[in-house]
Write a protein that binds this ligand. Structure first.
Ligand code: GDP
Length: 416
């Protein structure tokens, strides 16, 4: 039995005060159960120079050993290495995809080092868009590979950002949630680190580089996120080694002068990063990826293809109309291209005809000349033949003359 208390609001939406149990208060539980059943996925991009500590930090973050061999410094170009792992913490399953740069910062010419990263991010957006545009979509088993966060590893130089850092972060800032990190923070002194952090943040601002803004709209996380903002860029140290400190075993790096404990907030910002990334903001990072970065990509792409929501008269345009216009445009373009091709073909045919005619004339001239030469040659030979025949006749004449002479000579000798 249900009782409703009706309240008329100014905007004509009635608010009901309910007495009794209905069951829709369990909606969040349904969502939780479904999400746990489906499992979660998270795609993380690590950008940083070779040997800066990317693999170590990922292993430290997930307290695992995601087997990976050391990368070399001799790659001719920047490449990306993609690995997907299935992780489980209590009954929550996480499909973690780690994309790492390989050969980043190792080339002499670093101008286009960011391009493979930009291309990869865009390719994942494009794949999602293509799935969205399909008639038969299958998002249930679709592996969404869009990058949710980019951990950008800055060298602990204590000076400033390198031009490679600036150009890459500028190129990807509008495509992905960047969280800047100072890598190997154990190699920089406390004073230098604070100055370095300030320098980096001011350089990011002055170069108009967009980084991930921790959300403050949610009351519970607003406080922690606001205070965390002040620690950016997180100075992190990574290690999967267990080191003895007092009576406890902790994860850290052992040095001759002491131990840096990665999970000690006085030593580095590793715990802050882990909490921000995995506990507090993972869902927001995914949401920002979808609603901000992917939306931007989708919007630009569809506009480039020619889609629009409103026509020149500011009236909404239907998909059908756009399709018809595009179809007509495409048809016209095909016609134009066909015409151009036809013209080109005719031109080529004409040119060929001219060259054939020229070649034919050349051959004809050659033939005529050869014919003339041959005729002259025949006349010459005829003349020579005639002369030879004359010579033969003369020879025979001479021969018969000499024979007569010889016979006459012999007769007169006998008479004597
Ligand atoms: P990647 O090439 O960026 O993946 O770098 P790796 O994670 O393979 O680390 C390269 C080297 O740096 C290894 O010898 C690590 O032990 C060391 N390393 C990793 N993280 C840290 C750190 O936080 N501090 C220091 N000092 N060394 C680190």
């Amino acid at each position: 039995f249900t009782y409703f208390f009706f309240k008329q609001k100014e905007d004509n939406i009635r608010c009901l005060t309910m007495f009794g149990h209905f069951g829709f208060e369990c909606l969040p539980h349904q969502l939780v159960n479904r999400s746990i059943q489906q499992g979660f996925s998270f795609n993380l991009l690590c950008v940083g120079e070779t040997g800066i500590g990317k693999s170590t930090l990922i292993n430290t973050l997930f307290n695992t050993n995601l087997k990976d061999k050391k990368s070399s410094h001799f790659y001719p170009n920047v490449e990306l290495k993609i690995q997907t792992y299935d992780l489980q913490e209590s009954n929550v399953q996480l499909k973690l995809t780690v994309v790492k740069t390989v050969g980043y910062g190792d080339q002499i010419n670093k101008e286009a080092s960011y391009q493979p990263i930009v291309d990869y991010i865009d390719a994942q957006f494009e794949a999602y868009l293509q799935e969205e545009l399909k008639i038969k979509r299958s998002f249930v088993d679709y592996h969404d590979s869009r990058i949710h966060v980019c951990l950008y590893f800055i060298s602990p130089t204590g000076h400033s950002l390198k031009s490679l850092d600036l150009s890459t972060m500028k190129s990807i800032g509008s495509k992905v949630n960047i969280i800047p990190l100072i890598a190997k923070a154990d190699t920089i002194s406390k004073n230098d680190l604070q100055k370095f952090k300030c320098k980096i943040m001011s350089e990011l601002v002055s170069n108009d580089i967009q980084i991930y803004q921790f959300p403050t709209y949610d009351e519970t996380t607003a406080q922690v996120n606001t205070s965390m903002k002040g620690h950016l860029p997180f100075a992190v140290a990574g290690s999967t080694d267990e080191v003895k400190v007092g009576k406890r075993m902790v994860r850290g790096r052992q040095y001759p002068w002491g131990v840096i404990q990665v999970e000690n907030e006085n030593h580095c910002d590793f715990v802050k990063l882990r909490d921000m990334l995995l506990c507090t903001n993972m869902e927001d990072l995914k949401e920002q990826t979808h609603t901000l970065h992917y939306e931007r990509y989708r919007c630009c792409k569809l506009q480039r293809i020619g889609f629009t929501d409103v026509g020149p008269d500011n009236q909404p345009v239907s998909f059908q109309e756009i399709y018809e216009v595009k179809r007509q445009e495409f048809y016209d373009q095909c016609q134009r291209e066909e015409e151009v091709l036809k013209q080109k073909f005719m031109q080529r045919v004409k040119e060929k005809e001219i060259t054939f005619k020229e070649t034919e004339k050349e051959l004809q001239d050659k033939f005529e000349q050869l014919k003339r030469v041959q005729q002259e040659e025949t006349i010459k030979l005829e003349e020579e033949k005639r002369q030879l025949e004359e010579e033969i006749i003369n020879f025979y004449k001479m021969k018969s003359g000499s024979e007569t002479f010889q016979t006459q000579g012999c007769t007169s000798i006998k008479k004597d």
